[in-house]
Design a protein around this ligand. Structure first.
Ligand code: GLN
Length: 268
């Protein structure tokens, strides 16, 4: 039967059963979206839309602040940060602002458990540095013990990864497009293992990096619309840190699950 017909009829905005929502909850998450004008390729903004919507469906309020160059930011206010991908040129525009203005305080907030998801160019700038193919060295904030070197080859295509985080469905899918090759130092562990595709550097089968609640990876797609189980994992981490507990009633993700299975079969 076509996937669409398998979906149970649902209200337009939500598939949560009303009684599953704790009416007494007044949970609120503050999300920071870093440099959305310079760092947003392959629809990375979809990650913000998914975080906001999946929280909203559970009755959780969300505020999203765009962090633009020159902004003064109190990072301790935030529960969750998102930093999308960008071209080398986009990264060069914001790298100094990011590192000089925010490096110390953001690093401290992340060490304190603020949740961060960074994709591709954003991931590279969370590392120690990114040396571009053109020979320019862009500083990173060193929140993840990784470094990136621009190569001659571009890694482009669908990617599937088994992520090393405590969720039931650990196989994630995405689309990668990067020439930077990322290498992990001893202080970072991979986010996961490549099933198909190139991952961090095309050679060691690692993909992404993680420490505390900071997660970097090369999965565009966008990542969270394709992998809602990872979106809920991030929301849960942020809620547990802020409120000490997190109730996230299940949503109807059958269509997303079916799409994941198709892609996993295709790339394997
Ligand atoms: N400029 C980086 C690279 O090509 C990041 C690209 C991206 O964010 N997709 O390696």
């Amino acid at each position: 039967m076509p996937i669409q017909q398998q979906r149970a009829p649902s209200p337009p905005m939500s598939t949560v059963v009303e009684s599953d929502i704790d009416e007494g909850t007044s949970m609120h998450l503050h999300i920071a979206h870093l440099y959305p004008a310079q760092m947003n390729i392959y629809g990375d903004r979809g990650n913000i839309i998914v975080l906001r919507q999946r929280a909203h469906w559970r009755g959780i309020d969300v505020t999203v602040d765009a962090i633009h160059p020159g902004a003064t930011v109190d990072w301790s206010r935030y529960d969750l940060c998102f930093f999308g991908g960008g071209q080398d040129s986009g990264q060069a525009l914001i790298a100094d602002d990011f590192v000089v203005r925010h490096g110390t305080e953001l690093r401290a907030a992340l060490a304190d458990g603020v949740v961060m998801l960074a994709i591709c160019g954003g991931y590279q700038l969370l590392g120690n540095y990114f040396k571009t193919h053109a020979g320019q060295t862009l500083p990173g904030i060193g929140a993840l013990d990784v470094h990136t070197v621009g190569g001659t080859q571009r890694f482009i295509g669908n990617i599937a990864v088994t992520v090393d985080v405590p969720i039931a469905q650990r196989n994630c899918i995405g689309f990668e497009n990067h020439s930077g090759q990322t290498f992990l130092g001893s202080g970072a562990r991979p986010l996961g293992t490549v099933i198909a595709g190139s991952g961090n550097n095309g050679s060691d089968k690692t993909e992404g990096a993680q420490v505390h609640n900071t997660f970097g990876c090369y999965l565009h797609g966008s990542f969270l619309p394709k992998n809602p189980q990872f979106a809920d994992f991030l929301l849960r981490r942020a809620l547990e840190r802020r409120y000490g507990h997190a109730e996230l009633p299940p949503l109807d993700d059958r269509a997303e699950g079916a799409a994941q299975r198709v892609m996993l079969d295709r790339v394997r």
